[in-house]
Design a protein around this ligand. Structure first.
Ligand code: PLP
Length: 368
């Protein structure tokens, strides 16, 4: 019996091996390894696919958040609101700008930023230092962006969408990553669009800010050796860009396969004593994660592991309970409860129907 993994970037490589190997050879022979034609082509192709005004490749998804906020002028003394059931990266990027992260609670169903709770928080605090909000489109489903953009406009907040788990997710027919002024993507190997190493991008609607991110990713240079701004080194290299161009052509097919698997899980587990993922009206789900909830999460995870079915937990500890960001005064009941219950069943385009059936059978065996 083979191991069923939560994600399988090697399977994605093997499925496109001839094309990826050719792309790698093309770069190796070009003699151009940093900020060259592959990155320019990827940035163009990604913007065209997403429908954004432009894309700036950077070294990873964490840098993308940091550089986007930095370009927007967010820095020391400012406050930025996000959620606490995200990967640490979202928050470490906010902290890296010098701003202070703040947390809003989540909706119990989708487990995404609760926009109504955010608005209540803003009304109560009336804090002019709150300058931006970072909605995290977690698991493959986007936050209620029409509502969020309305609230943000009322409170004069900059919106930077964290799209690391939402490549191709729609809200009201419009792509996640095209709502806020800027958006960040990660192309970590296990994401729906993954490199074979680290990579990320800033994209969005605001061309002037995207131009600034372009300077910031290379020492703030407009002209070589002359810094207009305080920048850093955060470049997406030619090899990863060439690999991403191949994977981008397969992204929609991969998302369709994810959707087919999710439908199998939803149908087969409809009667299981688990909370199944909730997809809100007007939104599509790209199933970066298929997250069920159970009060007996740890036992279920252990049971599946014994059957060689490896499940992830995204995320076991809310940010405000982690030692580096601990805030004893903050209570986020929905977030805290979710972190104790969430379990990601294996879901990636490399899974066969037989694998899905095996997972279903073992989930049901645990509950029986
Ligand atoms: C993966 C991820 C990131 C960070 O991306 P890296 O490329 O690993 O830096 C940020 N936010 C979310 C929600 C993610 O899933």
């Amino acid at each position: 019996m083979s191991k069923i993994l939560p994600a399988d970037p090697k399977a994605s490589y093997l499925a496109a091996q001839a094309e990826i190997d050719a792309a790698i050879q093309r770069v190796l022979r070009s003699g151009h390894y940093i900020l060259g034609p592959e990155l320019e082509a990827f940035e163009r192709e990604f913007s065209a696919w997403l429908g954004s005004a432009g894309t700036v490749g950077v070294a990873n998804g964490t840098d993308a958040i940091e550089l986007a906020l930095h370009a927007a002028g967010i820095g020391p003394g400012d406050k930025v609101i996000t959620v606490a059931n995200t990967v640490t990266a979202t928050v470490s990027a906010i902290v890296a700008t010098g701003a202070k992260p703040m947390f809003a609670d989540i909706e119990p169903g989708t487990m995404l930023l609760d926009v109504a709770a955010l608005e209540t928080m803003l009304a109560k605090l009336r804090d002019p230092k709150i300058k931006a909000v970072v909605p995290v489109h977690l698991y493959g489903q986007a936050v209620d962006m029409p509502h969020l953009m309305e609230v943000a406009a009322r409170h004069n907040l900059f919106v930077m969408e964290d799209c690391a788990q939402a490549h191709g997710s729609l809200v009201g027919g419009r792509m996640a990553g095209t709502w806020g002024q800027l958006a960040s993507f990660s192309f970590y190997p296990t994401k729906n669009l993954g490199a074979l190493g680290d990579a990320g991008a800033v994209t969005g609607r605001d061309v002037a800010l995207l131009e600034k991110v372009k300077l910031l990713r290379q020492y703030g240079w407009r002209k070589r050796y002359v810094s207009d701004h305080h920048g850093r080194n955060s470049r997406l290299d030619e090899l990863q860009a060439a690999i991403l161009r191949v994977h981008l052509t397969r992204l929609e097919a991969g998302n369709r396969r994810r959707d087919a698997i999710a439908r199998q899980y939803l149908a087969a587990l409809a009667d299981a004593p688990l909370k199944l993922p909730v997809v809100a009206g007007g939104r599509t789900h790209t199933w970066h994660q298929f997250v069920v909830r159970s009060a007996r999460r740890d036992e279920l995870q252990a049971h599946l592991a014994k059957q060689d079915i490896v499940c992830g937990v995204l995320y076991p500890m809310p940010i405000h309970r982690q030692p580096a960001y601990h805030d004893a005064t903050l209570a986020l009941p929905q977030t805290e409860q979710a972190c104790g219950e969430v379990l990601s069943l294996p879901l990636h385009p490399g899974l066969g129907d037989d694998d899905v059936a095996r997972v279903v059978k073992e989930v049901k065996a645990f509950q029986a």
